[in-house]
Design a protein. Structure first.
Length: 605
């Protein structure tokens, strides 16, 4: 039998919530940035320390922490006598009943489990772990075990309707595949079969059977068929309920299942569009029955977004927000759809609203990655409107929020490759700064062990933000800083380096585009800055365009430049001409390529 899920759902939930507020786990740093003397630190590394939810422990929580050695022995059945004493002393300690419940389930003490479950539900409002759906699911299973199968199915329906987006979570097991037997509190495949046999004409029994297998379907291919078959049976038995149709659509849109189906169709764009269109169709069937079913609107709007049917997506987002105007994800994704349609300023307004919602105290528990996502999206919009400084600021904020998620997966060598500014700083001082800034709830020893001994983190998302910030710096005319951003992406994520486009656009003219090579940009010496420029010529002609590579050297002290060499290529990429330029120094002529090169290369000097 597998009781891991119960422990994760309850005892581990209490553990996670209480540890965050426990002062014994980490010092609470001040709000001033943790800076290293003598180092010109990047702006994103000058952020104030992450706020720790310093929720003071209640008296029963403190006693529970002491009994479990600061929760390190929360899964040890030997703590049960102490927990019994705590609950006798504090009979309204809801999380205590949740913790004891899983012990009772482990030993199949059904009557005692029912008693503690009733108390856990009674005091759920004051509990830190408020998963009433999971509690309702266990209550349904205990009622089922007592022989009241009809009552159990009613309770299951109540649990599922409470949060349809997580309906399959009633399957409270840690197993990777359907089980035939488990504890008295855990639903099994045998239980689901009992319900379908006992109530063959009740659509709910088949719906729960389908949801049970849907729980395993993302990682167990053998569960996909039974899940869809049972949900289709439920749809056939009751065409008036939108729930079976919703759950089928959710199953087909699950990214793991979607990926498996796409792999069978060779991963083509056409195949992806075909599957997304099917998802739209399935959600639409649920919405025909209940046009205000928000989970179906959310699922369909995302599929519309994938299909680039942005106006339809916006329509669904508007309907969602008419029900809940503070639904942050829908506001953000509506901004994406607006930006795709060219309504950039409306998109900026949506992204700003999203950031404000995610900055609210009640949203802080959802993590800094949401804020990073919002700032990056708004920066993308600023980039499109050529608001370079605002784009740079938002990309920097996005990056400053990201270390709280990614540093724990990096090692120190990778961090130093991204931020050579810390080259003279010792490993210990650097690790302490990062721990105090981004992981104040961790002990330094725990953070530094992984940071010093771990492997590099592969990513395409993080280097992409550096590259977009590089483009913003180029737009602002600061090539030096843009080249730094390019090197952060290239050196910190070498597996991604081959995919980086070293040539970044800096301007255009009639039938011509101009690019700078950030990889070879060299401004180490102010009197000898070297840069390669690509001019793509003949735009608008059929086929590919000719291009020429030009190398310049600049003396930023005297505001002069010279062309060193040139190389011409035809539309097929064949060399047509190359040679050395005159090499004569001169001042840049206004409104020419020379002025563009001089301004970008020398601006930061």
């Amino acid at each position: 039998m597998n009781f891991g899920s119960l422990r994760r759902t309850f005892r581990a939930a209490v553990f996670a919530l209480l540890v965050i507020g426990s002062p014994s786990f980490a010092e609470q740093p001040g709000s001033s940035p943790v800076l290293i003397s003598g180092v010109q630190e990047p702006e994103e590394m000058r952020a104030p320390p992450v706020a720790v939810g310093a929720k003071e422990l209640s008296p029963p929580e403190r006693e529970f922490a002491a009994a479990t050695e600061n929760f390190s022995k929360i899964n040890d059945p030997n703590v049960l006598p102490a927990l019994n004493r705590i609950l006798a002393k504090y009979p309204d300690f809801g999380d205590g009943y949740v913790a004891r419940l899983s012990f009772l389930c482990d030993r199949n003490d059904r009557q005692a489990a029912l008693t503690d479950l009733a108390s856990a539900i009674k005091f759920a409002a004051s509990s830190r772990s408020k998963d009433t759906v999971a509690l309702s699911s266990i209550r349904a299973k205990l009622v089922f075990a007592s022989g009241d199968q009809a009552g159990a199915m009613n309770l299951l329906e109540e649990a599922v309707r409470t949060d349809p987006r997580h309906a399959s979570d009633f399957v409270n097991t840690g197993s990777a595949k359907p089980e035939r037997s488990a504890s008295v509190c855990t639903w099994t495949a045998s239980d689901m079969e009992t319900l379908t046999q006992r109530f063959p004409s009740d659509y709910r029994s088949h719906m729960f059977h389908g949801l049970y297998y849907a729980k395993f379907a993302p990682i167990d291919d053998d569960s996909i068929g039974p899940a869809i078959e049972s949900l289709d049976k439920a749809i056939q038995l009751n065409a008036k309920s939108p729930l079976p149709q919703l759950f089928k659509a959710d199953l087909l849109s699950n990214f793991l299942i979607f990926g498996k189906r796409l792999a069978k169709l060779a991963w083509t764009d056409a195949a992806r569009d075909k599957l997304d269109a099917e998802v739209v169709q399935e959600y639409s069937k649920a919405l025909v029955i209940d046009p205000s079913l928000v989970p179906a609107l959310k699922g369909r709007s995302l599929a519309y977004l994938h299909l680039k049917k942005n106006r339809q997506a916006i329509s669904d987002y508007d309907r969602i927000l008419s029900v809940d105007s503070r639904e942050a994800t829908s506001i953000h994704d509506r901004g994406l759809a607006k930006m795709a349609l060219g309504d950039i300023y409306d998109a900026i307004s949506d992204f700003t609203s999203y950031i404000e919602l995610k900055s609210a105290p009640e949203s802080q528990s959802e993590g800094r990655s949401d804020l990073a996502h919002g700032y990056e999206s708004r920066a993308d919009a600023y980039l499109k409107t050529r608001q370079w400084d605002r784009a740079i600021g938002d990309y920097t904020r996005a990056i400053s929020y990201e270390p709280g998620n990614s540093l724990i997966l990096m090692n120190i060598s990778q961090f130093r490759a991204i931020y050579p500014e810390y080259g003279a700083v010792s490993d210990d001082i650097l690790a302490r700064k990062l721990q105090q800034t981004f992981y104040p709830a961790f002990k330094y020893e725990d953070f530094s062990k992984g940071f010093f001994q771990g492997k590099p983190m592969p990513s395409t998302v993080i280097p992409d933000v550096y590259m977009k910030r590089a483009d913003a710096y180029l737009g602002a005319g600061n090539w030096r800083q843009a080249s730094k951003e390019f090197r952060r992406a290239m050196n910190g994520f070498p597996a991604y380096a081959e995919a980086l486009d070293r040539w970044r656009e800096i301007g255009s003219a009639t039938k011509q585009r101009i690019y700078v090579d950030l990889k070879t940009f060299d401004d180490a010496k102010r009197q000898s800055v070297k840069v390669w420029i690509k001019q793509l010529q003949g735009l608008g002609k059929p086929g590919a365009s000719d291009f020429v590579l030009l190398q310049f050297e600049l003396n930023c002290l005297t505001s002069q430049l010279r062309q060193v060499s040139f190389t011409n290529y035809d539309a097929a990429g064949e060399l047509t001409r190359s040679g050395q330029a005159s090499g004569r120094w001169s001042s840049p002529i206004p409104e020419t390529l020379g002025e563009i090169v001089h301004s970008g290369a020398c601006r930061s000097h």
